[in-house]
Ligand binder design. Structure first.
Ligand SMILES: [Zn+2]
Length: 454
């Protein structure tokens, strides 16, 4: 297939500044339950492609789903780019790559019947429904997807990459009188269907958390020392800081260029933040990005200092920095844009108990319910909360929303635990939602956080 694509672009490589073709063959299965009823079952076989051309700084993107008309589509992409381009193409230089990346599959989901997949999900769904009479409804899902993406560009790269994703997601709603609480968790594997076989504990804990929160009373709003659990710490660093470190955002925003000047000290020296697609088998892991650039481990913050940002070929070219392998597309039907991969706060040195013992009155915020960011401002609602009193965990509280300015909040981080973990997540940007990423972190303590209550 790569040879076919290379042959197809060969006549056009000299007629524009840059040309690439991506083609993805995929097959997927998804099953979902809502409450006791089977909500949807989908089997999908797809072939989809996208062509990007750049000429004099003008970009075009054209999709196709039949390779017989590829030459016509390439010509369409080229003429569109020529219509738009009126300046200079600034793309970073990288060494052309020829490579093939295979997935080392354990138990292959493509060899497992739809009936079996459904049975497994149905059993988990029933466990949630049966957990407690106050569980009102559920929303559970299973998905597997295997795809091979073929990539060629006018600089001589030709890459074929396989990718497998297997995931289960488990949501519950618990209700008692007027109080409604949610619980959610998910599991993800890049290599093995067997991830789905051992989720009893995760499923039960999801139900347990929702029911337990029915007892929580609304928190009294104010400024508190807050300890974020690893999950929320990871979401915080992805949402509030990570998106600002995507160079397309920086490039378009003069205020951010100033706030995010590399080399600037923005946190305690113990704070290190990485974006690393090279960790094996996490949702955001890959060998080459969707521009064929090798991925790498990057320190966005190193020893409390702004160190690096995430780039596509274009943002690296425009900002005269090195490409980082962060151009990603949701599927071949979308153009690659600057995205995160596996983003995390690195572990520090403290224990959770040590962090608690430094707090007279504070809040322990656990997991994420929802949130939004607007430039440097953020608001996150924790899924669960507990008061911290005299250095110990106390009563559960609800309505825990944390808000603030990300740069002030990073400065106010005063303790980092040694217990970091990665959790799977989905990221949305530029109309491409649900991109597999992971977020990671240890427990993190932050002083003077504005916590809204009721
Ligand atoms: Zn995101």
């Amino acid at each position: 297939m790569q040879d076919q694509l290379q042959t197809a672009i060969a006549p056009y490589c000299k007629s524009v500044d840059y040309l690439e073709v991506r083609l993805e063959q995929s097959e997927s299965t998804s099953i979902s339950f809502q409450g006791a009823s089977l909500h949807a079952v989908d089997r999908n076989f797809g072939l989809a492609g996208g062509i990007r051309a750049c000429h004099k700084g003008g970009w075009s993107f054209v999709t196709f789903n039949d390779i017989s008309d590829l030459s016509d589509r390439i010509e369409a992409a080229i003429s569109q780019a020529k219509l738009i381009g009126n300046a200079q193409t600034e793309l970073a230089q990288v060494t052309p790559i020829q490579a093939e990346v295979k997935v080392n599959i354990g138990n292959d989901p493509r060899g497992i019947s739809l009936t079996r997949k459904r049975e497994i999900l149905e059993r988990y769904n029933q466990m949630l429904l049966d957990f407690d009479p106050r569980i009102q409804t559920t929303r559970t899902g299973y998905r597997d997807r295997f795809g091979t993406t073929y990539f060629v560009n006018s600089r001589g790269s030709a890459i074929a990459q396989e990718r497998l994703d297997v995931s289960g997601s488990f949501g519950v709603i618990a209700r008692n009188n007027g109080t409604v609480r949610q619980g959610f968790d998910s599991a993800h594997s890049r290599t093995d269907f067997d991830i789905m076989q051992s989720l009893d504990r995760m499923v039960l804990e999801t139900a347990e958390r929702a029911v337990r929160q029915l007892e929580a009373q609304p928190l009294k709003g104010g400024q508190y020392s807050v300890i974020l659990d690893p999950y929320l710490a990871g979401v915080f660093i992805h949402e509030a800081f990570g998106h600002l470190s995507e160079a397309d955002f920086v490039y378009e925003n003069p205020r951010m260029q100033e706030l995010l000047t590399l080399g600037k000290s923005i946190a305690i020296p113990e704070l290190n933040v990485v974006d690393d697609a090279t960790i094996p088998d996490l949702p955001g892991s890959m060998v080459y990005d969707d521009e064929g650039v090798p991925t790498q481990r990057k320190y966005l913050i190193k020893d409390g200092i702004l160190n690096q940002r995430m780039h596509s070929l274009e943002t690296a070219g425009k900002l005269h920095e090195q490409p980082t392998g962060n151009a990603r597309a949701l599927t071949a039907s979308f153009p690659p844009i600057v995205r995160m991969t596996n983003t995390a706060i690195e572990p520090g040195s403290q224990t959770f108990e040590q962090m608690l013992s430094g707090v007279d009155e504070g809040v322990y915020a656990v997991r994420m319910l929802g949130g939004q960011t607007n430039g440097e401002m953020f608001t996150f609602a924790a899924a669960e909360g507990y008061m911290i009193r005299d250095g110990k965990l106390a009563e559960p509280v609800s309505d825990v929303t944390l808000s603030g300015n990300v740069f002030q909040t990073l400065k106010d981080i005063d303790a980092i635990a040694s217990d970091a973990v990665y959790r799977n997540g989905g990221c949305g940007k530029g109309g491409q939602s649900g991109l597999p990423v992971s977020v990671g972190g240890p427990h993190v303590r932050i002083r003077n956080v504005v916590v809204g209550g009721r």
